[in-house]
Write a protein that binds this ligand. Sequence first.
Ligand code: AMP
Ligand code: ZN
Length: 135
Amino acid sequence: MSDCIFCKIANGEIPSTTLYEDEKFRVILDLGPATKGHALILPKSHAADLFELPEETACGAMALAKKMATRMKEALHADGFNLVQNNGAAAGQTVSHFHLHLIPRYEGDGQHILWNPGTTTPEEMESVRKAVCEA
Ligand code: AMP
Ligand code: ZN
């Protein structure tokens, strides 16, 4: 994708602060970090989101997330860690190239990355189960 900024960053055409790189992925620091050390795993080949991502790349991204999170948690003395991955504008995706957020968390860091718990009913749960499992 010639006009995709994350393609350019992942492939080194635009400079970034890189924490890790291999043939398939680059891990960069986010320019608008939620917390100290907030990073992004970028596949080098373009996929707009999770739905376009080849399964092999999805597996590789999660394996890399485990390695990076383990290393970053220790190096940055984080107290916890969020993995976040947004798909579609409704879910908060702003850059249409798959990326997995690595967000170190610190006690009292003041971030609000979790959701407000809602409510449901047995009927709604059954209708969701049917829609997903019997499609
Ligand atoms: P999302 O909202 O999940 O699409 O996340 C996009 C993320 O990319 C945001 O956290 C931005 O701060 C980050 N971002 C956008 N442009 C750049 C860039 N050039 N370098 C590093 N991070 C970026
Ligand atoms: Zn791209």
